[in-house]
Design a protein around this ligand. Structure first.
Ligand code: CTP
Ligand code: MG
Length: 221
């Protein structure tokens, strides 16, 4: 079965502060996007890769990724649009599709392989997750309403994997924006399975995350 990966990389990175789009920010001398794609190429199951780039940076992204055999498309205004635009250029031979945030730049290839293995075993949709380690409160403004039971809570990471027709159907339906692709599949009433995620698959979102990413890379050397 052919496995493709769509890489939404078109976000501005507002929460990271002023500067280049997030996927083009550097970490240890290379862009987050190059780190992310290198990790994907380290996963033996991965075939075609489609990157959704910031619309003004398509040429630069093609150059950056010239060594990695990827297709680059223009991203859209929301993450969901970027995924849909990348999905639209997949060849007919692709059976399984993973969607992986460029911002999860240090995701270990083993997580990618675990998602693919669950799909090959028959899952429609698969999400890597981690348990919630902090105590979680539901609030009303500044006041705590209730402490949430965290035992059945998980945080969702990427790559999220799907049978191709499931992802296509999920993105074809109308509805409010979702923050991940699995949420769109849930709306279809289909089952989403989980596999263990990795702490190293955290999303670079705020400046502190860049410091953490540098520490992870140092630890790997
Ligand atoms: N993304 C995208 N197209 C968009 C918005 C986001 O491809 N229109 C991508 C980002 O590049 C990132 C992933 O979706 O790899 C997860 O989004 P997020 O972490 O929110 O990144 P940004 O939208 O860039 O960050 P921010 O929300 O802080 O602006
Ligand atoms: Mg965003």
């Amino acid at each position: 079965m052919t496995v493709a990966v769509l890489v939404p990389a078109a976000g501005r990175g507002e929460r990271l502060g002023p500067g280049a789009p997030k996927a083009l920010r550097e970490l240890a001398g290379e862009t987050l996007l190059v780190h992310a794609v290198r990790g994907l190429r380290g996963a033996p199951s991965v075939g075609p890769i489609v990157v959704a780039a910031p619309p003004s940076e398509v040429g630069q992204v093609e150059q950056l990724l010239a060594a990695y055999d990827v297709t680059v498309v223009r991203g859209g205004p929301e993450r969901q649009d970027s995924v849909r635009l990348a999905l639209a250029v997949l060849g007919p031979d692709v059976d399984l599709v993973l969607v992986h945030d460029a911002a999860r730049a240090l995701t270990p290839p083993a997580v990618v392989e675990a998602v693919v293995a669950a799909l090959r075993a028959g899952a429609d949709a698969v999400v890597p997750v981690l348990p919630v380690t902090d105590t979680v409160k539901r609030v009303d403004g500044d006041r705590v309403r209730v402490t949430v039971d965290r035992s059945d809570l998980r945080v969702a990471q990427t790559p999220q994997g799907f049978r191709r027709e499931v992802l296509a159907a999920a993105h074809a339906q109308a509805g409010p924006a979702a923050t991940d692709d699995a949420a769109l599949v849930e709306r279809l009433g289909l089952t989403v399975d989980t596999v263990p995620g990795s702490e190293e698959a955290f999303k670079v979102t705020r400046p502190f995350d860049l410091l953490m990413a540098e520490a992870v890379l140092r630890g790997r050397d």
